[in-house]
Design a protein around this ligand. Sequence first.
Ligand code: NAD
Length: 413
Amino acid sequence: MESSLENAHRQLDIVAELLGIDPGIHEILKHAKTTHTVMVPVRMDDGKVRVFTGYRVQYNDARGPYKGGIRYHPDVNLDEVRALAMWMTWKCAIADLPYGGAKGGVVCNPKEMSLAEKERLTRRYTFMISEFIGPHRDVPAPDVYTDSQTMAWIMDTYSVIKGYLVPEVVTGKPISVGGSEGREEATSRGVAFCVRETSRAFNVGLADASVAIQGFGNVGANLAVFLQDMGCRITAVSDSTGGIFREKGLDIGKLLKFKRDTGSVVGFEGSEDLSNEELLELECDFLAPAAMENQITEKNARRIKARVVVEGANGPTTTEADKILQEQGILVVPDILANSGGVVASYLEWVQNINRQHWSLEEVNRHLEDKMVKSFDRVHALSKEKGVSMREAALMLGVGRVVEAIKTLGLFP
Ligand code: NAD
């Protein structure tokens, strides 16, 4: 199967051809500008020292400081982080944010670590990358298995090194230490806006629309809440332990409590068990992969029966699968557009921090909606104008803006 990096490179090649990008600039865009690998020693609770591998890939900063999440997962590897950093670069440009793109990750299994071990890991990793990050250099954020608490530790460690509080060094912080209202659920709110705009632009009714969501973490669970509020029927959800199905729709409020109490969605009253593979292949109006990369591949793409795939996760569809979905007439709202609400809210948090302000939830959501709807409209208009898919249009918009910045800046020396 194609790796995420191969997927990202193939997308870049496709858009380079569509845009007629200069070969020299295409070459620049194929590579991350800087890659940091750090070996992070951590004293575990049993007194032994373990060394974890950590990465920070700074992909491109032609449009502004690097920006991107940090992931804690046993499968983290450098190529995956590179791919995610590349996608962040295009995503920030599509949303027209003054940011470049980056990504970080530590190879670890946070589910097997205590809170104190995670804190020591985070602080040491931050210490080791502290000279490469900063409010105007590189601004991390949460990703899979990192959260607002992780961001608070990063901010505190960085601030201790500087000798004064620097809330603007990371986004996705708890509200008590400079976090923004609405940041936690902003990615899902943005995905929900994309679902709403898709329903308008492509005439897919929202009332009673059936939705299957893969992943029930930050993105998946909040998305389920928003879409249920919009009148959709969430028929299936899954997490790393398995999936559940209920034709009439799951009660998401009760399911959230059940997941909090038991740690899993499986076994929820009134639902049938379902594998993650089965969930992807369900007949539904909207399928939202909101877990990991490479979930829709050439192996299962022909069995996908959703009308619309809206990508909450990064890179859930391989290039091969993307082609098959297109042939089958399935609309794909691509990750770099659909899940950009997270980085938009991160930007709003950064702006508030720099200006020492705290905005109301209404104000944050107003800006978020405005940005999401604008991006959606631009991508949709471009896709119609050029006769390309929504993904190709999103890439044309994002990569095109980065190319423009590189050309305008020129090469120095
Ligand atoms: P999370 O850690 O909060 O949740 C991940 C969820 O996926 C969990 O429910 C986990 O059980 C589930 N999962 C893991 N492996 C799975 C598998 N094989 N099958 C089914 N479910 C599985 O992470 P998140 O922040 O919700 O991120 C999910 C995706 O969204 C990632 O691709 C991430 O890069 C992307 N994303 C997140 C944000 C954000 O702001 N958090 C922003 C943009 C994109």
